[in-house]
Design a protein. Structure first.
Lengths: 262, 262, 262
């Protein structure tokens, strides 16, 4: 069974350098989330240096939130480096259903074989080509509606596919898990999904990808549970969430993870 | 008289999708402010998709804080979509007095008939062509000094014009209101004005624009009053402010709004 | 001896307008840090206006964190304005060891004679041409290892050079100081170094540069000590840090500064 505490311990033991090419909204929170958890974040996107920097990184996260063509090109350059080096990279297809431009960029990124794809149900449905129409970062569709699409996408792309929601669904196309950790305030704080992708990237370094993804999501959701326990709203939640990412021990994560086989 | 509680209720009932083309400083806070209040924010700016995305949104906020020519073009593209569709958009002329470039961009945006223009006194004076010289996001001028310019600008542009300050002034060129809600710590936190424009955009969806603007400012200022009550400084203030936006009820806003006719 | 309280008082008396051309990760926190301390921040980068805006500012901070060629050009334009006007500017060579592009940009910026250069030990070593290989924003090298390089760089560039670490080292190539203020949680929060450079820029306005730099670092580190005292983790730390920057008095800074001659 998944041992989320073990995978957290392994991640922290490495302080992995995670290269993030992400959206403007997420950058600060994502860096703070990675630092609180025990990883080392860096944000670099210029085409003049992105490949050179990716070669130094142990993992990459790519997020299309505030996309433009130059950034899309940088994402492809960095993903290619990771692929060629056999190092993990994670794709966050933010709002992919909303515009043709996002669909085109994601189609190109999929050919670069992401290690993990994580999004909400609407994004996974859109990415799987099932024509869901997203409204941006919101999930209009329930997780269950995207499970079959997630399995298909996993088989077709070779990636682990994770669907975020009240109960997450994670599959490599064969095995699948559900992660029930989380808190109702999480969707009321911006870039919680974006930041999770950075954490998944950190967990992937030298760890098996399906297990590492599930563990990252359980740890992240458990930090949310702790943060939500006595937060008055999304402001207090954010503060407590960073504190929980920092203080949670592998033993606490092992005890608190709510992971089941799907 | 203005019923701010009613307008808050109406806004929340819709969870409006608000498209923001805003500055890099504001993006994260603005998204969190909108989520805490009960709206659904999205940040999209690439010319390859901005018009397509605007067509999905119920309101748009445009902020020239960290402007460049490509972003200015995206702002025009999105504002044009909103205008053509009869949907509301809000202009925040950050630091418009500081450079010729900002003045040129704002002149072009004014031709696209913003529904609401909100800034500090120096910005409204500069936008009205009265030659005030801003120092950036600071207001060197008192609200009173900009009231006549605000009325002129409202008549000329067709927009509701709101001047932020210790007591705000809001006018459509005919009627005018003062909003006395707020707290002294608000100017010590960055992007509080920028984020307010997102809230105004959310309130404008299917609501009369002068009333909706006044209500948004009263709600926002009241959240500031609650946040400031026991904050030790601007750090604690921000946390409590997001919590207050989230927890304030329509009844509390009705009771706490300090709105008078000017 | 350095009177950090006096320099804080002088800075606040001016509310200096600090122009920042910084990275996307840092923008919001940096603005909040400057506002909490009592300065007035502005972020402007477009080549169409950056020189015009720099002419209004009392100090400039330049940070290469999320660099690209257009931003690099804007940095040069603004630094040139400050130099020509005899006004201070501060360089933060984030991750300069990581890529050739960063090295080239920093080489050009060094010719524009920054007033102060502040970085971690790895960055100062890399900038001094000693071939340290940085991993991004992390400091792999201890402060002591960079002291000789800092003195050389100060003499060669004409800048005050500050090396951040558990105990900071600050030199103008002749005199040198150590600043022992700080807290272990500071490296677990992103952009703490970037934001410090804004504070240094604010302190430099009309104050002697070596003393002002040392004072800014003592004040900043002391705020960190206060914040860390009862923070559970990096989330609570950030909140308390902004509050401490806001509430610390010149007398408290005078009493708490731990500055020694090196």
């Amino acid at each position: 069974m998944n041992d989320a505490g073990h995978h957290l311990h392994q991640m922290r033991a490495q302080t992995p350098l995670v290269h993030n090419i992400t959206n403007y909204v997420a950058m600060n929170m994502m860096a703070n989330v990675l630092l609180a958890a025990g990883a080392s974040p860096a944000m670099v996107h210029a085409r003049e240096e992105v490949a050179e920097f990716a070669a130094l990184a142990q993992a990459l996260s790519v997020n299309i939130g505030t996309l433009d063509p130059a950034w899309a090109e940088a994402m492809e350059m960095a993903a290619r480096v990771m692929n060629d080096a056999g190092r993990p990279w994670v794709l966050d297809p933010v709002g992919v259903g909303a515009t043709r431009f996002r669909q085109d960029v994601c189609a190109r990124l999929l050919t670069l074989r992401p290690t993990v794809i994580r999004g909400n149900a609407s994004e996974i449905l859109a990415l799987a080509g099932l024509g869901a129409k997203g409204r941006g970062a919101d999930a209009a569709d329930p997780v269950e509606a995207a499970e079959s699409a997630a399995r298909d996408l996993a088989r077709r792309s070779g990636a682990v596919v994770a669907v975020s929601g009240p109960v997450d669904y994670v599959t490599d196309g064969a095995a699948a898990f559900r992660v029930a950790n989380g808190h109702a305030l999480m969707p009321r704080v911006t870039v919680m999904g974006c930041s999770l992708n950075g954490i998944i990237a950190a967990f992937l370094v030298d760890q098996p990808r399906l297990d590492a993804t599930v563990a990252a999501m359980a740890y992240y959701g458990l930090a949310g549970e702790q943060a939500g326990r006595d937060a008055a709203g999304p402001g207090g939640f954010q503060v407590r969430f960073l504190d929980a990412l920092y203080t949670l021990t592998p033993d606490e994560v092992r005890a608190g993870a709510r992971v089941t086989r799907a």
